[in-house]
Design a protein around this ligand. Structure first.
Ligand SMILES: [Mg+2]
Length: 242
């Protein structure tokens, strides 16, 4: 019998668009603070620095992003930010929680096809309510055997997840758009990883280098349309399980 991989998908910017909404909000943010003097580039740099500093306190997702925009706006305005501008920033965040879920090309087909003969995990980080809504509205929820919404995607957290689902790391395949959160941790544990770059990336991703020396466990595809065939090929070449 053919060996099978245990497949896990990232959600945001892998199955559906997400970062485009962050970029649009950031753009609106630069307009809100522009009257206080900073150009767009300076405003975005300040926001990014504050976002990174706030990750440990507020985590990933829209709520932390909104708090970081407010904090950056206070700083960029020298404390002169008006309540109406704070409200405008909160409204940007609220709009992000109700946008329509638009699947990426090939996402639905790949999930349906692979779910026919694989249990499929969804592993995502961010605000619990926001992630739950997106999964519900994606139309894909019924195809996942389990959904894990985690505070961060570190090797240690993946290790805990694999243990809980009784998945051997060398039979694990993670598919995602983030080298930092999806690809590197899976490879570090000895698993497989398929990188599907998204058209936009968060500045936090920029510093990550592509993995090397991973013996055919790392692959990159342009679209999820290419995934089912790649999985078949990987499974044909899997070593016998011990
Ligand atoms: Mg992602």
């Amino acid at each position: 019998m053919r060996q099978k991989l245990n497949i896990a998908f990232d959600a945001d910017d892998t199955l559906w668009h997400s970062e485009n909404h962050y970029h649009a909000a950031q753009d609106a943010f630069t307009h809100i603070v522009a009257p206080y003097g900073p150009g767009a580039e300076q405003a975005l740099a300040a926001l990014h620095e504050i976002e990174i500093n706030n990750l440990a306190s507020f985590g990933y997702g829209i709520k932390g992003f909104v708090l970081s925009m407010i904090e950056a706006a206070v700083k960029l305005s020298g404390g002169a930010l008006r309540a109406v501008e704070v409200q405008a920033i909160i409204d940007l965040g609220r709009a992000m929680t109700i946008h329509e879920i638009i699947l990426l090309p090939g996402a639905r087909e790949a999930v349906l096809r692979l779910a026919e003969d694989h249990p499929i995990l969804l592993i995502t980080k961010g605000d619990l309510m926001d992630q739950q809504r997106k999964i519900r509205e994606s139309g894909l929820a019924e195809y996942f055997s389990a959904v894990e919404i985690v505070p961060d995607k570190t090797p240690a957290i993946y290790e805990t997840l694999l243990a809980r689902h009784a998945i051997a790391p060398e039979r694990f395949l993670m598919i995602g758009n983030s080298l930092r959160s999806d690809i590197m941790p899976a490879l570090a544990l000895g698993g497989y990883a398929v990188y599907v770059p998204y058209e936009l990336s968060w500045a936090h991703e920029a510093a990550v280098e592509l993995p090397t020396a991973v013996d055919g466990r790392y692959h990159e595809i342009a679209s999820l349309a290419d995934l089912p065939e790649l999985v078949t090929r990987l499974e044909q070449n899997l070593p016998e399980s011990r």
